[in-house]
Design a protein around this ligand. Sequence first.
Ligand SMILES: NC(=O)c1ccc[n+]([C@@H]2O[C@H](COP(=O)([O-])OP(=O)(O)OC[C@H]3O[C@@H](n4cnc5c(N)ncnc54)[C@H](OP(=O)(O)O)[C@@H]3O)[C@@H](O)[C@H]2O)c1
Length: 253
Amino acid sequence: MRVLLIGFGAMGGALLKGWVDTCEVAIVDPFKEDCAKTIDDLPADYYPDVAVIAVKPQILDQVMPAYAKFKHTLFISIAAGVSTQCFTKWLGDGIRLARVMPNLPVIVKEGACAYILNQYCTKSDKEVVEVLLKKVGIFEKLESEALFDAVTALSGSGPAYVYYLCECLEQAGVKLGLTPELAKKFARQTIIGSATTLKELPLEASQLRANVTSKGGTTEAALAVLMQNNSLQDLFFAALTAACNRSKELGAV
Ligand SMILES: NC(=O)c1ccc[n+]([C@@H]2O[C@H](COP(=O)([O-])OP(=O)(O)OC[C@H]3O[C@@H](n4cnc5c(N)ncnc54)[C@H](OP(=O)(O)O)[C@@H]3O)[C@@H](O)[C@H]2O)c1
């Protein structure tokens, strides 16, 4: 399968790591070494089976129209917020398009990717999308495109929330007297270990939490602060709502 990657940044590079062994990948990115700078630098007879759109949403209206010449290519967009309708405008009516929302853990094949297909996609396009996504983690087909903003807010942006939690744990550990090195090492391993239990033990997150919260103990004391008046839950809802709204704004290009 010939895959053209348009944009070799954080997410394009992460996806490529999972695909490079099984696909023939060409890359277009204006400022990177060892790849085509623009679409015009690709060999004259080059024609991709699949083109993965991994540039920032804000520049899509300048970048996309040049790719309209690939009329028989399956386009896969990972751009946050940008609707299938926008791509029809840039690439032409009748293009086959999958919209995917990945997240950064695809880089370690632990991604969570949601996708939809437009009405022109075939059964074999679905298989192609699923083969590619399976290589980088779990995937789900969404019932409707309207759900993309919520998925973007939860899993697309989600890894950043966990990284921020890691930073917060580390800083609190230092304030309590640990060396920065120890606080960093233990904050990170606590998140890695907890994530692994979520993956490997067949228990709900709430059950895992209950299992480590003994009555009158230290964890209970900390959770009483975190869960007071549902304040952390409300904060997460506000944060995800902000991400969801931003996803909608980005879609209005
Ligand atoms: N990062 C995430 O966690 C995440 C999650 C889900 C979805 N996404 C989506 O993934 C897409 C890429 O995000 P990202 O975080 O990977 O951004 P990024 O790191 O900025 O990557 C975009 C890449 O595209 C390059 N580029 C700029 N103009 C180009 C052109 N005309 N043709 C080809 N490439 C061009 C950029 O080069 P320069 O840097 O030199 O400009 C950069 O290397 C976005 O649409 C975003 O919404 C990202």
